[in-house]
Design a protein around this ligand. Sequence first.
Ligand SMILES: [Fe+2]
Length: 260
Amino acid sequence: YFLGRRQGVLAAVVAVLMVTIYAVLNPGVFAPSMADTPELSLFLWGAFTILTAFVVGTLYDMKTTAVSDLKQAYEGILEILAKFIDAVDKYTNDHSVRVADLAAKIALVLNLPNEEIENIRVSGLLHDIGKVDLSLEVLRKASSLNDEEWAHVKTHTKKGRQLLSPVGGLLRDVVPLVECHHENFDGSGYQGMAGEDIPLGARILAVADAYDSMITDRPYRTGRTPVEAMSEVERCAGSQFDPVVVEAFKTVMKVQAERS
Ligand SMILES: [Fe+2]
């Protein structure tokens, strides 16, 4: 980590080592005119390789900075997008951010790899993105929805897929989670997928989304208390929700309760 440029220094060490070994085995090969001063020859070659390593290291640092800037911009844009999604359905203030946070914690308890946890967190931020394409009149209706309106709202998972699919790249693995976040473990959800056919991330999102929706006030009903919402989630383990995910959710809640 000398000079703070790991790859550069590694390259320098290896290069100097190779030159030294070669020079010791074949004195005079590099600079015949300086064969009588091998120290000077070695010094020049050493300086050259360290300079090369310095350049490599600097380029590496520049690339690392660019990647970190891009990542920061990406995360910032996602947060803005999540706030925009929540603003569309104005009664769900910061709902997506809370769902993302809870879903990531459940994924962590389930020991999922970091990359998968990040996909689940991002899908929490974007899970309702399809709602931006729905009628505001229906979304902001101050009373229960009729069947036709519900059918309209239910299209938001497919609309979410349509919106996110062309983005590809980093969001490729997020799309199926967004599309399946209203699937039920027993097959009674939007598309009728069941059990492990539903991506694990989507099963996690379903629990986080339902819990947060239950504790949030709506114009036509008051939110439940966290304890009530938790026992409702527990009651639906095996029917609406994956029991394994519900267990992880309970662990998250227990840890949070102990900390507060
Ligand atoms: Fe949704």
